[in-house]
Design a protein around this ligand. Sequence first.
Ligand SMILES: Cc1cc2nc3c(=O)[nH]c(=O)nc-3n(C[C@H](O)[C@H](O)[C@H](O)COP(=O)(O)OP(=O)(O)OC[C@H]3O[C@@H](n4cnc5c(N)ncnc54)[C@H](O)[C@@H]3O)c2cc1C
Length: 402
Amino acid sequence: MSEPLVVVGNGMAAARLVDELAKIALGRYAIAVVGDEPRLAYNRVLLSSVLAGETASHDIELKPAAWWRERGVTLKYGYRATEIDLGRRELKIANEESIAFSKLILATGSTPLRLNVSGADLAGVHTFRDSRDVDLLLTLAAQRKRVVVVGGGLLGLESAHGLAKAGAKVTLIHLMDRLMERQLDAPAAELLKSLVERKGIRVLLNANTARLQGETRVEGIDLADGRRIEADAVIFVAGIRPNIALAKDAGIPVNRGVVVDDHLQTGVPEIFALGECAEHRGICYGLVEPAYEQARVLARHLAGGADAYGGSVVATNLKVSGVSVFSAGDFMGADGSEAIVLSDASGGTYKKLVISDGRLTGAVLVGDVADALWYLELIRSRQPIARIRKGMMFGRSLVEAA
Ligand SMILES: Cc1cc2nc3c(=O)[nH]c(=O)nc-3n(C[C@H](O)[C@H](O)[C@H](O)COP(=O)(O)OP(=O)(O)OC[C@H]3O[C@@H](n4cnc5c(N)ncnc54)[C@H](O)[C@@H]3O)c2cc1C
């Protein structure tokens, strides 16, 4: 008889895990997936394209209903899991009967953070995480509202771009002195800022939100340095918090995320976690690629293999207003490393390759990202680059032709 395996969360990590598992151990488990969003799992990364009007919402579904059915998966979407009963090995679901499990997988993702400032709970203050948020933001944009996006990271830039393209008047404010400081060095961030501004998005740096103004609806933001920005709506895109409440309440060890080992197992046997809710070797990843790598390892482990997850080399590939940006590995350059840099501000191109111990260890590209995946492969494989070092900056085709 198939062993009952229950997955909590019907997001990107869950869908990939079921996909990987079905390929190698179909029939070994009776899989049930419980997710609280009222639709089939979709590609969350593409929500920005939906907001920008480049993709239709129904086109971002990861798998059609028939795909899940053919693999025998019991799908319960629109249902919230409320409690894990470890003693009875049951998952409780709001307004529903509990489901019994022999193995439980937590794939609950993250929740966007709201800044802890006065006015953060006013009407007109939103976040950007799921397709319901997109519907709401599209309504704001269609009314040509003045929208302030708080947060100049990857997601803040994508939201600002989508909102502006959909018709909103967008100001992007960021606490730090440069955009995407976790992925870009100063010259790359400066170039990105000017390219984004050219598209009509106002960008304010060193902008520390002191409070949100308004009686019942938000009317503006006061910055700590006295600046005031008028707003009809404010979108907080200033970080995420892993969804760990279910695990924590059940006594499963958590830190910032649900703590997992190299088999993605939590501190409780046969309970696993992956994706944004998981914390592996002290890291909670906020990107989809690590979630997919974890899904592959966990599926093989569940199928009886001896695979282990050693962590992910994080890479960022982003397109804002037609500006391509790529960043991977040690892009800032640790002590003892060297950098090869090509900078053409008016041409809209910046490239930096970081080298350490004769290997490529990091890269930042703005504008021209044609060789991004090749650089990523070089970083991940840690192969010596002495032979290709001279031509490496100018791309794979040049190196291979030499
Ligand atoms: C707009 C946007 C753009 C992004 N762009 C990029 C990008 O360009 N590149 C990139 O790498 N990453 C990007 N990301 C991040 C990427 O989407 C996430 O890393 C990825 O979705 C993580 O997958 P996950 O399954 O862990 O979480 P999720 O996809 O969030 O899935 C978790 C699911 O669990 C559900 N859930 C939570 N608690 C419960 C419960 N108690 N009961 C039932 N269900 C529950 C949630 O509702 C959600 O549906 C973007 C994210 C957003 C929001």
